[in-house]
Ligand binder design. Structure first.
Ligand code: CP
Length: 321
C-alpha cells in the first residue's frame, strides 16, 4: 500500500504521523529546521518561501503552543494564515468536517493544520483531498486524539539532537500517561527511527498500553528503576480529558509514585535533560524545582517548535504535484 503521506515522487505530501516516515525525511526536516533557527534572531524574521499561500489553522481542540507556533511559523514563511474560530464557525451548526474542508478549499486553501479529538481526522481530510485530485493542498496533523502529534515528536527530536548530538548512544525515558498520549506514540516512533538504542516507558500498569515491547520499548512500573542512568527524561501530563473511569487513586498518590522531584532526577545521568510537551501540571507529574531547574529544556522545546514547523510547512509547500 502507498504511504498516504508521500506523493508519487516519494516526497512528503502530508504530515500525518511519524510512524512509517523514512529516516531520510525525518533527518531532512531536522536539518531544514536548523537553517530556520537563526531566522528568529535576525532583524527581518521573514523568508518568502510561502508568499501567496494560504494556511488554515483548524483547531477543534484547545491549544496554546501548537496553534500559536504554527501561526508564527506561517507568518515567518510569508504565508497568509487564517485561524478558523471553530466555536463561531458552521461546524457548530452541524456542518460535517469534510464539507467545511470543501468550502475552505473553494477559498483556495493551500494547507490545513488540523487538531481534532478524533484519531484519524487528519487522515480523513488528506484522503478526501487526494480522492478529489487536490494534490496541491497539504494537511499537517497538529494532534489527533490519542493517536499522533508528529510536529511535537519532531520538535522533541530537534531538542534532543541540539543537546545530545548523537541519537545512537542515548537512553530516553518517557514517563507518565503513555496510554492516552499522542506525544508518547510520536516520540517512540521518532526515537526508534533515529536509532536510539534504549527507549523506556515508565508509568503505572493502568497507563502503559499493550504492545510497547513490540515497538522496541522497555517498560517500568517503578520510576526509580526506570530513571537509572538515562540521558533524556520526557515527562507527560495526565490526560484526564481522555480517561474513562478511575485509572489512578489520586493526583497526590500519582505524584508520590511518578512525580519528577529533584531526588528522582538525581538517579538519571548528571547531564540528563528534562523535557515536557506542555501543558504542565506542577505538583502532579513534575515538581516546580525540576520544571524551573537547570536541567529543564521545556521552554527551548517551544522555541524550537517554530523552526521545526517552518521546516515542515516549507517542505510540504515545495513538494511536486
Ligand atoms: N504540546 C502541545 O501540543 O501543547 P498545546 O496543547 O498547547 O498545543
Amino acid at each position: 500500500m502507498l504511504n498516504p503521506q508521500l506523493n508519487k515522487h516519494g516526497e512528503l505530501q502530508h504530515l500525518l504521523s511519524i510512524e512509517g516516515l523514512p529516516k531520510s525525511i525525518v533527518n531532512h526536516i531536522l536539518d531544514t529546521a536548523s537553517s530556520f533557527v537563526g531566522v528568529s534572531d535576525r532583524e527581518v524574521k521573514k523568508v518568502p518561501l510561502m508568499r501567496g499561500k494560504s494556511v488554515f489553522n483548524l483547531f477543534f481542540e484547545n491549544s496554546t503552543r501548537t496553534r500559536t507556533t504554527f501561526e508564527i511559523a506561517s507568518k515567518r514563511l510569508s504565508a497568509d494564515v487564517i485561524n478558523l474560530n471553530i466555536s463561531a464557525s458552521s461546524a457548530s451548526k452541524g456542518e460535517s468536517l469534510l464539507d467545511t474542508i470543501d468550502n475552505l478549499s473553494a477559498m483556495h486553501a493551500d494547507m490545513f493544520v488540523v487538531r481534532h479529538s478524533q484519531s484519524g481526522a487528519p487522515y480523513l481530510i488528506a484522503k478526501h483531498l487526494n480522492d478529489h485530485k487536490q494534490h496541491h493542498v497539504h494537511v499537517v496533523n497538529a494532534g489527533d486524539g490519542r493517536h499522533a502529534h508528529p510536529t511535537q515528536g519532531l520538535l522533541d527530536m530537534y531538542t534532543i539532537r541540539h543537546y545530545k548530538k548523537d541519537f545512537t548512544k542515548l537512553t530516553v525515558a518517557i514517563v507518565g500517561d503513555i496510554l492516552h498520549s499522542r506525544v508518547a506514540r510520536s516520540d517512540i516512533h521518532a526515537l526508534t527511527t533515529l536509532g536510539v538504542p534504549e527507549v523506556r516507558a515508565i508509568g503505572p500498569h493502568t497507563l502503559l498500553p499493550g504492545g510497547l515491547e513490540q515497538m522496541g520499548v522497555r517498560t517500568f512500573t517503578n520510576m526509580d528503576e526506570g530513571l537509572k542512568g538515562v540521558d533524556v527524561i520526557i515527562m507527560l501530563r495526565l490526560q484526564n480529558e481522555r480517561m474513562n473511569g478511575a485509572l489512578l487513586p489520586s493526583a497526590q498518590e500519582y505524584f508520590k509514585n511518578y512525580g519528577l522531584t529533584p531526588e528522582r532526577l538525581a538517579l538519571a545521568k548528571p547531564d540528563a535533560i528534562v523535557m515536557h510537551p506542555g501543558p504542565m501540571n506542577r505538583g502532579v507529574e513534575i515538581d516546580s524545582a525540576v520544571a524551573d531547574g537547570p536541567q529543564a529544556v521545556i521552554l527551548p522545546q517551544v522555541t524550537f517548535g517554530i523552526a521545526v514547523r517552518m521546516a515542515v510547512m516549507s517542505i510540504l509547500a515545495g513538494a511536486k504535484e
